[in-house]
Each structure stands twice: as structure tokens, then as C-alpha cells.
Ligand binder design. Structure first.
Ligand SMILES: Cc1cc2nc3c(=O)[nH]c(=O)nc-3n(C[C@H](O)[C@H](O)[C@H](O)COP(=O)(O)OP(=O)(O)OC[C@H]3O[C@@H](n4cnc5c(N)ncnc54)[C@H](O)[C@@H]3O)c2cc1C
Length: 368
């Protein structure tokens, strides 16, 4: 392996750089690769699939979280609102406002009452406007707020990273072996200074000994067409549903109860569960979700028509409570990233840069 000083200096004449293998081209792997590339490192981004964003990142509800989802976790709210602002600064073209975006707290079933929810959001300085719930076809006892949360433009993000990372990308190239040696880490037999696992727990070998407490949820998201344009309705706080704009005038529907199809020990097991889904099981899930929606919001029945569905796998930590926070851990030359929400990519990238600095030495040029 070439020593650090033997490695090429970045354009601009700074000090030596590290040769880094990033595994997984979703939001985390792509953003982290861009940042490390900007620092002057020699980045190689491995992706098992033939295209980027083929994992969870390309199959989400595309909400740029601001914190309204997390009435019971101050840390997640803080991370979300900071990440939201940062996202809009760094990637202004990768999200857009939602015309009518409503959070609603049903009086009888929510874990928090509407007034407490409002106080929590006010204390967190989140911007919202209280609105008349009946104007949206909700029960008069439901408390409703219009919020400025935005929609992630995932197709544009895919195009952006596909272009900016073109020279670094190794598509259709799963990382199958990894071994730490004295002077580096062998990835599929090739020597690197460090490996950064951004597979959200999917690559079991990458997380071995690092994440001992993960489980995986195969998830279904339903897609609907509607004459309502650009409308979001999210019920909080508890086992409710969420309707959100998607692409081409479509909307997605997810449900805290029905979107997770199972709880699995491995990513592979979750993928098998998805492969077993049939038209019948999907239809049952759809009917269960729709029954849940119309219980709180009857206009759904007349104004939304089911079109199709997509699946993705969510990784969770057993120790997690209501927090959905990002985590970065290091073991030797392997740095493992556990995703939070999309807008926590910045926190992850900062932690990765710190850990990379610890791995490859103080004389390494990194703008920390
Ligand atoms: C149903 C659902 C809805 C969601 N909605 C939202 C939302 O509205 N807003 C939000 O902010 N977040 C949402 N999330 C969370 C969001 O999906 C994650 O924060 C984000 O996608 C994680 O990105 P990632 O890059 O870590 O993982 P991924 O996007 O899963 O990327 C991991 C990549 O690693 C690759 N890979 C795996 N193993 C290997 C290997 N051995 N070699 C090479 N490559 C490998 C995979 O193919 C994949 O492309 C949602 C998640 C789900 C499941």
C-alpha cells in the first residue's frame, strides 16, 4: 500500500489525502462521498445495485423533516430542524415547499393533546399556523396546524449525485470481502486507508461487532392519485397515518401500524418478506390502511384512488425509544454510519470526517 505521503496531493497543493472506500450509494454514502471528495480525498463509492438510490433512499415518503413528527423526542426535533436549515442551504434545488401541509392531533387517540403538542412545538421554535380542522374535513375536536415542511426531490437528488460522483462510482459492485491489515483495509482485495459503511445495516459484515442491536422492517408505501393538488396530512402523535405529495401529482400513504410488514433479524430476511408479498396481501394491507384513514378523515374515500405501491427496508436500533437519531461508530479503520432521517446526513458527515482523521493520522490534510 502506498504510504500517505506517497498519495497524490489534491488540486490546490494541500497535503496528502487518504484513499477511502465508501460502501452504499444512498443519501448517506453520496453526501459523505461528496464531502470527502471536496476535502481532497481519493474516494471510491461501491454500490451493489446497478444505480444509485436503489435502496431506502429512493423509496421514502420524501419529507424534509423539520421536527413536527417528533413531539416526544427533543433530540430528534433539534437534529431535524438544524438539518432542515442546513439542507436548504447546501441543496437548495433538492427540495420544494408543499402548498398545503397539515399536521393534526385527534383528541381522543393521540398520546399528546393538541395544546401540549402546540406548546412543545412552540418551545422548539418551530414555525406553524393553527388552522380550522373542519376546513380540511377533520373532526372539530381535532387540533390542526399548517407547517412549512418541504418535499425532497429525490429524482433530482439522484441526477445530482449521479453526475457529481460519476468518476467515483462503482455501480453493480457489492463489497463482498473486507479485511483489516497493518497498513490499511482490503476491500474486495484492494487496499484502502479506510472503509466507510453507509449501507444502513444492510451489509452484515460491515456492521459486525459495531451494530449489535439492529432489526429491520420491510415497509410498504401506497401511492394514490387525487384531484387534490400538493396536499399533506399527517396525524400525530401515535399509531396514525400520513398522506404526502409524491411525484407527477401523486400522493403517498404510510401508516405507523400497517407500513411495517414485519420485524426481521436481518436485511436479507426483510427483503425475503417483501418478495413474498402478493396482490392479495397487498390488497389486505391497503384496505386496513384505508379503513384507518377514513376513521379520522372521510374525504380520503372520495378524493384518493389507489394506483400502486413500493417497498423498502427500514433499519432500527432495539435500544431506540422515540428518537430517530443518526449514529457514527468506528472500529479500527472501519467507520460505520447508521442513518437517521435524510437531513441528518450533515451530522453523519461531520462525525465521519473526525473519525477519518483519527484513522489516517494528524498530518493528514482535512479541513475539520
Ligand atoms: C418507508 C420509509 C419512509 C421513509 N420516509 C422518510 C422521509 O419521508 N424523510 C426522511 O428524511 N427519511 C425517511 N426515511 C428514512 C430514509 O430512508 C433514510 O434516512 C435514508 O434513506 C438512509 O439512507 P442510507 O444512504 O443510509 O441507506 P440506503 O438508501 O438504504 O442506501 C444503502 C445502500 O447500500 C447498498 N449496499 C448494501 N450492501 C452493500 C454492499 N455489500 N456493497 C455495496 N453496496 C451495498 C444498497 O444497495 C443501498 O443502495 C424513510 C424510510 C423508509 C423505509
Amino acid at each position: 500500500m502506498p504510504g500517505l505521503d506517497a498519495l497524490a496531493a489534491p488540486a490546490g497543493g494541500h497535503g496528502p489525502v487518504a484513499k477511502v472506500a465508501v460502501v452504499g450509494a444512498g443519501w448517506y454514502g453520496c453526501h459523505i462521498s461528496e464531502e470527502l471528495q471536496a476535502d481532497g480525498h481519493d474516494v471510491h463509492l461501491f454500490e451493489a445495485l446497478p444505480e444509485i438510490f436503489g435502496g431506502a433512499s429512493g423509496h421514502t415518503q420524501n419529507r424534509l423533516h423539520l421536527g413536527f413528527h417528533y413531539a416526544r423526542s427533543a433530540v430528534t426535533r433539534r437534529q431535524a430542524s438544524q438539518g432542515y436549515r442546513r439542507f436548504k442551504q447546501v441543496y437548495p434545488a433538492l427540495s420544494r415547499p408543499v402548498t398545503d401541509n397539515v399536521y393534526a392531533v385527534p383528541r381522543d387517540d393521540s398520546l399528546l393533546d393538541g395544546e401540549t403538542y402546540q406548546q412543545v412545538m412552540q418551545a422548539s421554535r418551530l414555525p406553524f399556523e393553527k388552522v380550522d380542522s373542519t376546513a380540511y374535513g377533520l373532526e372539530p375536536s381535532t387540533t390542526a396546524f399548517r407547517v412549512p415542511e418541504e418535499l425532497l426531490l429525490t429524482d433530482r437528488a439522484k441526477a445530482h449525485f449521479g453526475e457529481s460522483l460519476r468518476p467515483q462510482l462503482r455501480l453493480d459492485t457489492p463489497v463482498e470481502s473486507f479485511e483489516e491489515t497493518d497498513g490499511g483495509v482490503l476491500v474486495n482485495g484492494e487496499l484502502f486507508d479506510a472503509l466507510i459503511d453507509c449501507t444502513w445495516g444492510a451489509w452484515a459484515a460491515g456492521g459486525k461487532g459495531v451494530w449489535s442491536d439492529l432489526y429491520f422492517e420491510p415497509c410498504v408505501t401506497l401511492v394514490y392519485e387525487s384531484e387534490r393538488r400538493d396536499f399533506g396530512l399527517t396525524l400525530v402523535d401515535g399509531p396514525f397515518f400520513s398522506v404526502y405529495p409524491f411525484r407527477n401529482g401523486l400522493h403517498t400513504l404510510t401508516s405507523v401500524t400497517h407500513t411495517p410488514l414485519a420485524r426481521c433479524r436481518s436485511h436479507e430476511e426483510a427483503r425475503q418478506c417483501i418478495a413474498r408479498q402478493s396482490a392479495d396481501t397487498l390488497d389486505r394491507t391497503r384496505r386496513a390502511m384505508e379503513t384507518e384513514v377514513v376513521r379520522y378523515w372521510t374525504p380520503f374515500r372520495e378524493s384518493f384512488r389507489h394506483v400502486n405501491a413500493f417497498f423498502s427496508v427500514k433499519a432500527k436500533m432495539r435500544s431506540e425509544s422515540d428518537a430517530r437519531v443518526v449514529s457514527v461508530r468506528r472500529s479500527g479503520r472501519r467507520i460505520s454510519v447508521f442513518a437517521g432521517k435524510v437531513n441528518t446526513i450533515f451530522l453523519a458527515a461531520e462525525a465521519v470526517r473526525r473519525e477519518l482523521h483519527a484513522v489516517v493520522g494528524k498530518d493528514l490534510w482535512v479541513s475539520l
